[in-house]
Design a protein around this ligand. Structure first.
Ligand SMILES: [Zn+2]
Length: 271
């Protein structure tokens, strides 16, 4: 009854045996689905491969901002081809990362826009990575028409009547105010392991304030391991601990939280 909306079975540090073990752990867990999220062309192909091999796996294809410097024009053609394959349900993860700045910010912005344009062209959901680039991410999303009527009209309105831009703020780390703004514009927010950490005040406020219909859950495994396993490599089944924390913040049962976030993710990714 769980849906890990952002994981990396395709992580390049796994050897074949480790990946086998991970897949077994997922199959032995309470997970119903995972989204294996691409971060460059190779990892997007890997995600697609995993989705083809396992009924519980779906994929997203895209270039993470860390890899922006390495993107060539012809890669966009390959990305589009991949995005049109069965079980590839979203473009992502794409966005801006000014924290590590592994690629030139100007080049990050250029390919972020190009991939948003592709998602709009294909009417596909988008998974956004935003690290210390809040203002530029919001500005570019608006300028590219992600929240525009022609985009939101492609998707049914959300349960509470808000528009749906089919945009996921992955591993949300911004302010509660910005979260409210995103929700109003039609975005969905994904909560990861850091909500279980001691210093999570701001993120706890985000969860408290955001109606649960607009929340997804994720691990971003092998990164961001939730408590009580912080310090070890993360894995998709640990999404359970993030769901438990959200249930506690919302004052509803774990089962109810698991069920609703699963339904939200199925709707978002059109599964
Ligand atoms: Zn990721």
């Amino acid at each position: 009854m769980l849906f890990d909306s952002h994981t990396h079975i395709n992580n390049e540090t796994y050897n074949a045996r480790q990946r086998e073990e991970l897949i077994r752990a997922i199959e032995d867990s309470h997970l119903s689905y995972v989204m294996d999220i691409g971060f460059d062309l190779e990892s997007s192909y890997e995600a697609y491969k995993h989705a083809s091999e396992h009924s519980w796996c779906y994929a997203a294809a895209g270039f993470h901002p860390h890899y922006a410097d390495k993107i060539a024009e012809e890669d966009m053609v390959l990305l589009k081809g991949l995005a049109e394959k069965p079980k590839v349900q979203a473009i992502g993860e794409i966005g801006l990362d000014y924290y590590r700045n592994l690629s030139d910010p100007e080049i990050q912005r250029y390919w972020f826009r190009r991939q948003l344009q592709l998602a709009l062209e294909l009417s596909m959901p988008v998974v956004i990575h935003d690290r210390e680039a809040n203002n530029d991410v919001m500005k570019i999303l608006k300028e590219e028409g992600v929240f525009g009527k022609s985009r939101t009209d492609q998707f049914p309105r959300q349960k509470d009547g808000l528009p749906d831009a089919r945009l996921l703020m992955h591993c949300y780390s911004g302010s509660p105010e910005m979260a409210k703004q995103y929700i109003k514009l039609g975005a969905t927010i994904s909560i990861a392991g850091p909500v279980t950490y001691k210093n999570a005040r701001k993120l706890i406020d985000v969860v408290f304030d955001t109606p649960i219909e607009h929340l997804l859950v994720e691990t971003d495994a092998p990164y961001l391991t939730p408590e009580p396993f912080r310090g070890r490599p993360n894995q998709a089944p640990y999404v359970e601990y993030t769901v438990r924390k959200i249930a506690e913040i919302k004052g509803i049962s774990y089962e109810e939280t698991a069920r609703i976030t699963l339904e939200n993710a199925k709707r978002f990714f059109n599964i």
